[in-house]
Design a protein around this ligand. Structure first.
Ligand SMILES: Nc1nc2c(c(=O)[nH]1)N=C([C@H](O)[C@@H](O)CO)CN2
Length: 117
């Protein structure tokens, strides 16, 4: 299956399990692979026939603004569900990295796959 890609999308949100994390925003960096057949859009050169990565990126920013989860796992799971409900995404791979969490690591985070290809 073809994929629409969104790479290194940065969002700032309240995220973390410790008290000091509940009153600040921290950066998450997201990579998404979104399965879709790109041939209809390519055939007609029509944005309406594919997954609009601009609209999806904007929705992710809104989602990050609206929530304040403890775990990156919860952020990833809930975001994947919202995106699959609101866009015609049959399968996705979502990586959520929290680059500031561990000073001696470039990033930590999770990678999930949901749906059928
Ligand atoms: N698997 C996870 N481990 C940890 C998480 C998490 O979201 N998932 N979060 C934290 C803290 O919030 C940490 O990021 C603070 O530096 C610890 N472990």
């Amino acid at each position: 299956m073809d994929r629409v890609l969104i790479e290194s999308l940065a969002v700032d949100t309240v995220i973390g399990v410790y008290d000091w994390e509940r009153s600040i925003q921290q950066r998450l960096v997201l990579d998404l692979e979104l399965a879709t057949d790109i041939r209809p859009a390519a055939r007609d050169d029509d944005l309406a026939l594919t997954l609009n990565y601009a609209a999806i990126s904007e929705r992710i920013g809104t989602f990050a603004d609206e929530h304040a989860f403890g775990l990156v796992e919860t952020f990833a799971e809930r975001l994947a569900a919202v995106l699959r409900e609101e866009f015609a995404i049959s399968w996705l791979r979502l990586t959520v990295r929290k680059p500031g969490a561990i000073p001696t690591a470039s990033a930590v985070g999770v990678c999930i796959e949901r749906g059928e290809c």
